[in-house]
Design a protein around this ligand. Structure first.
Ligand code: SF4
Length: 267
């Protein structure tokens, strides 16, 4: 029995189908909850602090102290979130989390001077049809450069990718460049990934050819997703990422049993 094709997808979910079709189904189609982890809470904390740094402080007032204040404000909103309380962090673990977040913010200041940034907005929702799929993504920050060109900025709190997977990461962010072009009618001149843990800044220049390639790959993936929905064939694709997969207990590739309605075949 065919399963419903998702009406819209985030750019990261499109790529997730390639990583593992079964995990994609559990997450994007069945919408099974994925509990927060310490890492996701850390990411939310730091993203909100940086969003607040730009949202609440004009250029000239975006100091380290302001960032620390924003981190405290961010923690005040995140601490009582059910996903955070479910982690049952004790006071020393909370201290460790906040110390790590402060360290990431410190490193952020080695990557750029926020007082010199002319941001157009933060956490901007962009939604557009790319071929037959409606993509909906959130851009961490969009800047305007002195020459009037646009830069898409994405903060990363995870590890810096190995050079071999760097291009794949940039490929994902290029989808945001494509969304900018579709929604705002302008192609950004740069995409910057700020890996705070490095700290390392990885940059790419979107080109017409590159964005056409992203468009083609997205359309091909959408065709594959639609076909999988028609045939209800979402195979598990085991990889080292299985160690972090929330759906592992119900994954047939690891001896788990998916819900009866999911007819899948292990490879
Ligand atoms: S455990 Fe691995 S193979 Fe199974 S669903 Fe998760 S990512 Fe896919």
């Amino acid at each position: 029995m065919p399963v419903p094709v998702p009406r819209s997808l985030s750019p990261s979910k499109v790529g997730a189908f390639t990583t593992c079709p079964l995990a994609f189904r559990f997450s994007a189609i069945d919408r099974m909850p994925e509990p927060a982890t310490r890492h996701t809470v850390l990411g939310t904390l730091v993203h909100r602090a940086l969003e607040g740094l730009f949202w609440h402080h004009p250029a000239g007032q975006r100091s380290r102290a302001a960032a620390c204040n924003e981190l405290a404000r961010s923690w005040a909103t995140v601490a009582d979130d059910p996903e955070t309380t479910a982690l049952r962090l004790d006071s020393s673990e909370v201290d460790e989390l906040l110390t790590e977040a402060t360290g990431l913010l410190d490193r952020y200041f080695t990557l750029e001077q926020p007082d010199a940034v002319r941001d157009i907005g933060t956490e901007i929702v962009l939604e557009a049809d790319v071929g037959d799929v409606r993509l909906r993504g959130i851009v961490d920050r969009l800047d305007i450069e002195p020459d009037g060109s646009l830069t898409v900025v994405d903060y990363k709190t995870g590890r810096v990718p190995a050079p071999a997977s760097e291009q794949a990461r940039l490929g994902g962010v290029q989808i945001y460049a494509l969304l900018c072009q579709q929604v705002l009618g302008r192609r950004p001149s740069r995409v910057r990934l700020l890996y705070l843990r490095g700290p390392v800044s990885i940059e790419a220049v979107p080109t017409d050819q590159g964005l056409s390639g992203v468009q083609r790959r997205t359309a091909a993936l959408w065709t594959a997703i639609s076909r999988a929905c028609q045939t209800e064939d979402f195979r598990p694709r085991p990889s080292p990422l299985c160690g972090w997969c929330h759906f592992r207990p119900m994954c047939p590739a690891h001896g788990g049993g998916p819900p009866a309605a999911h007819h899948t075949t292990a490879t």
